[in-house]
Structures are given as C-alpha cells and as structure tokens.
Design a protein around this ligand. Structure first.
Ligand code: B12
Length: 219
C-alpha cells in the first residue's frame, strides 16, 4: 500500500508539469520501499490521464501537455530503472521487438511495457518511437525475435499496426513471429480486425500476453 498523500502529490506534480518535483517524489517513493509499478500506475499515470482529459475539453493546451509528459517521463524513468533492476535475470525466455509506430511520438506507455518485460526476464529490443513498419519487421527478422509489440496512441497511426500484419503475411512469417498491440485507442476488436495475435490493456497484461503467445508459437 502506498501512502495516499504520496500518490496525490505524484499526480499533482504531473498536473503542474513540475519535472523536478516528480523526480524527487519518485526517489522518495523508492527510498520508502514502494512498489514502483504500483507507484507509476496509481500516482503518475492518473496525472497524465487527467491532463489528457483537460486537453480534450480545451481547458489546457499542448505546451502544458508537453510539460506534464516531461514530468511523467522523468519520474517513470527513475521508477523504470528500479523495475528493471529488480528483474529476474532468466534470459532466453522470449525476445520481443517493441516500438511506437510511425508518425507517433507517444512513448510513455511503451516505456512502461518495456521495463516490466525486462523485469520479467524477457529480452527487449526497444526501437523507440516513430518507427516505420518495415524497420520493425526487418529488425524482428534479423534479431530472430519471437514477438513484435507495437504501441499506437493516435487513431491516425493505428493503421501501421495493420501494415505490420501485412508485411509479415507477405514474408510468410505470420504465426512464426507473433504480434501484440496496445495503446490508448487500441482495443481487442481492433486486434481481431487486423489479425494481430494479442491485445494488452496495460503493462501487466503485456507480460501475461508474452507468456501466453510463447506457448502458442508454431516454430
Ligand atoms: C502525453 C501525451 C502527449 C505527449 C507525448 C509525450 C511522450 N513522450 O509520450 C505529446 C505532448 C508529445 C503529445 C503530442 C500529441 N498528442 Co498526445 N497525448 C498525451 C496524453 C495526455 C497521455 C498519453 C500517455 O502517455 N498516457 C499514459 C500511458 C501510461 O498510457 P498508454 O500510452 O495508453 O499506455 C498504457 C496502455 O495503453 C498499454 N500499452 C501501451 N503501449 C502498449 C504496447 C503493447 C504491445 C501492449 C500490449 C500494451 C501497451 O500499457 C501502457 C501502460 O499501462 C494522451 C491522452 C490519453 N488519454 O491517452 C494524449 C493523446 C493521445 N494525444 C492526442 C493528440 C491529438 C496529440 C497531438 C496530435 C496533439 C497536437 N495537436 O499536436 C500530438 C501528436 C504527436 C505525434 N505525432 O505523436 C490525442 C489523440 C486523439 C486521437 N483520437 O487520436 C490524445 C488522446 C489526447 C486527447 N484526448 O485529445 N501527446
């Protein structure tokens, strides 16, 4: 259980776009022994989600969203390091290529997914954000990856997840390299529609999905 006051302060630091305070609170939480995953999900993420709502309703503008995103990235970066350091170094369990799709700059959620995967002993090749589908598929082939995981936060960029399915089909790799999709506008319905192998609502889901997909691999 994390102290409610700390969670509230974390959320407020994001709403205020206060990067220094967000970082300080992240360190303070770690010193107090909080679970970093829980701290991200119950403290910092609610802050950025509220920022999203305020942006949508026109109460705040893009520069404020950018400041809030910087604050989250700072805090989540510190907490992600702790998550990865706590990882069970099993290795060899699964190799995952992760990326935010082309033309999409949202990478906070993907970063959390990557860290939780590393903490669970999976090998993660994180290609970053705004990554062309061809590069994602080529990397997966070159690296002998088991799974491609993509994040899309814009309705206009989700189509690149479909493009990845088509590229894999063209190369006869459907089923051999499994695919999982995520990001705020992405749903199970979209996953089924484009023929991806799995959809994850959050980072914990993403980890569960990797384990499930590894059991279904055909090669
Ligand atoms: C922060 C933010 C930004 C930041 C991003 C900074 C960064 N480095 O990421 C900045 C300011 C750059 C930005 C820019 C823009 N943004 Co913006 N942004 C957001 C905001 C507020 C939060 C996103 C976020 O980080 N959420 C927190 C994380 C933790 O959640 P998440 O990403 O969903 O990830 C979780 C799950 O989805 C899942 N998951 C994520 N990836 C994956 C992958 C896999 C494989 C799996 C299994 C699971 C999984 O696990 C994660 C952890 O739980 C959202 C609001 C919202 N409701 O989403 C708008 C939002 C996404 N943005 C929006 C828009 C419109 C834009 C801009 C076009 C604005 C503009 N006019 O320029 C630009 C586009 C830039 C671009 N080309 O990408 C809209 C999108 C609307 C739409 N329908 O497409 C939203 C919804 C805001 C709104 N309500 O209008 N944005």
């Amino acid at each position: 259980m994390i102290d409610e006051k700390l969670l509230e302060e974390a959320k407020q630091s994001v709403l205020d776009g206060d990067k220094e305070l967000a970082a300080k609170l992240a360190r303070q939480g770690l010193d107090a022994g909080v679970d970093p995953v829980e701290f991200i999900e119950k403290g910092f993420v609610p802050g950025i989600m509220e920022v999203g709502d305020l942006f949508e309703s026109g109460e705040i503008f893009l520069p404020e969203v950018m400041m809030a995103a910087d604050a989250v990235k700072e805090a989540v970066g510190i907490l992600n390091e702790a998550i990865e350091a706590s990882g069970k170094k099993r290795g060899g369990a699964a190799k995952v290529v992760l990326a935010t799709v082309e033309a999409d700059l949202h990478d906070i959620g993907k970063g959390i997914v990557a860290s939780l995967m590393v903490a669970n002993g999976f090998e993660v090749i994180d290609l970053g954000r705004d990554v062309p589908s061809q590069k994602i598929v080529d990397t997966a082939i070159e690296e002998g990856a088991d799974i491609i995981g993509t994040s899309a936060l814009l309705t206009t960029t989700m189509t690149h997840q479909k493009e990845i399915e088509e590229l894999l089909k063209e190369k006869g790799l459907k089923g051999k390299i499994k695919t999982m999709v995520g990001g705020a506008p992405v749903t199970e319905r979209w996953q089924k529609k484009i023929g991806a192998d799995g959809f994850g609502e959050n980072a914990a889901d993403a980890v569960r999905l990797v384990k499930e997909l590894m059991g279904k691999k055909t090669n």
